[in-house]
Design a protein around this ligand. Structure first.
Ligand SMILES: *Cc1c(COP(=O)(O)O)cnc(C)c1O
Length: 389
């Protein structure tokens, strides 16, 4: 055997969605085309200055240079619990119901190692953030994909899951406001999920990365605000999108103490927590002036309006999202998601993400991320006008 023969879990990885897109993007760029990248879900705005100041100050303190507590600083966990109380009306014990994460992706990726045995099933939405499925696979589990369809407002149809799957399912992933469809869920849906989870002994993992990126006064709820949710579930949260902190790697999980304890046990054997100076900057983000969040929402809502109108003028079918910085757009008749993505890059110099890259039920859609300035988005709209479908 080749000494570099990869382990089965790596061989089973689906092709990396952005790799082929990146290759084509470089190719088109090399031809001198001014490519506009609407592909990446990474804020183009900087982290607010007061948060950077807090990091600078904390980085100077030798007390922060040592290993942190793996589950998070007391003050960070208290700040999270207070924020959950004020923002969502959810009570949390900072000592047992909160754990800091090196970005929420880290927590999501490690979570199945704590609760999924080989052969167990995880209920995973599709289209979705790829980490849910891959983390399940790394733990030896099998994903059962719950299609998110427009006729169900991009919510999973819990009644459509076969009994023989439900009986093998240990965990279920959901994510609202949703990437990539930008759909939102109300408390009524979360209540149904709690009931389903209770009836079938399934641990719910709600990815809440986009709750603060919502428009026109809409305030997305926490899953944990549904009655009984804390008895069946955990919620992953992130400072990445709310405070333009994707590079800082800080997030947290909250909810059921046994779920938090299981995740903590995995983490304590793999990583050693979040740099304390970053946690102190996180405290400043959560507790400090929130006008930066309102500004961020304002920026994206203006971009949203410009792009939705532009797309509709050209004849694309798209909903104006109530949350997230994504537009989930129908691919016109006569194209597949991949065809259209390729044509948009070749003929218009626009990078978008094909819907099927997030799972087969995403076929027939493409995703735009509003992570470019308005002038660039306006230029993208001009190019779409010139693009003949
Ligand atoms: C961006 C994103 C995250 C956040 O990731 P971090 O690791 O906290 O930066 C989590 N889930 C979804 C669906 C996302 O789009």
């Amino acid at each position: 055997m080749n000494i570099f023969e990869k382990a089965e879990r790596l061989k089973k990885l689906p092709p990396y969605l952005f790799k082929e897109i990146d290759r084509k993007k470089s190719e088109v760029r090399a031809r001198g085309v001014d490519v506009i990248d609407l592909g990446i879900g990474d804020p183009d705005l900087p982290t607010p200055p007061h948060i950077i100041e807090a990091l600078k100050k904390a980085a100077e303190d030798p007390g922060n240079h040592r290993y942190p507590s793996y589950s998070g600083m007391g003050d960070f966990k208290k700040a999270v619990a207070k924020w959950y109380q004020e923002r969502f009306g959810v009570e949390l014990d900072p000592d047992t119901e909160v754990v800091s994460l090196i970005g929420s992706k880290e927590g999501i990726a490690h979570f199945p190692l704590a609760f999924v045995n080989p052969g167990d099933v995880a209920l995973v939405p599709a289209p979705a953030y790829p980490v849910y499925h891959i983390a399940t696979m790394f733990a030896g589990g099998e994903s059962y994909f719950m299609p998110l369809l427009s006729e169900n407002s991009f919510l999973p149809d819990l009644n459509a899951i076969p009994d023989k799957i439900t009986s093998r399912a240990r965990i279920m992933f959901i994510n609202y406001p949703n990437n990539p469809t930008s759909a939102v869920a109300d408390l009524e849906f979360f209540r149904k999920v709690v009931e389903f989870a209770r009836d079938n002994n399934i641990l719910v993992c709600h990815d809440a990365a986009y709750t603060e990126m919502a428009f026109d006064g809409y305030r997305p709820p926490s899953f944990l605000a549904a009655d009984g949710a804390k008895e069946v579930g955990i919620e992953f949260h992130s400072l990445s999108k709310t405070y333009n902190m994707t590079g800082w790697r800080i997030g947290f999980a909250v909810g059921n103490r046994e779920a938090i304890d299981g995740l903590g046990a995995i983490k304590s054997n793999i990583d050693s927590g979040v740099f304390q100076a970053v946690q102190m900057a996180g405290i400043e983000a959560i507790r400090g002036d929130q006008s930066c969040v309102r500004d961020m929402v304002q920026v994206y809502s203006r971009r949203r309006d410009l792009m939705v109108k532009g797309l509709r003028d050209v004849g694309f079918e798209v909903e104006s999202p109530r949350a997230t910085f994504y537009l989930w757009i129908k691919v016109p008749e006569g194209y597949t998601s991949s065809d259209l993505t390729e044509r948009l890059l070749e003929d218009a110099g626009l990078v978008v993400t094909p819907g099927n890259g997030f799972g087969e039920p995403g076929e027939g859609y493409f995703r735009i991320a509003l992570t470019q300035k308005r002038a660039r988005l306006a230029e993208a709209v001009e190019r779409l006008k010139a693009f003949s479908m």
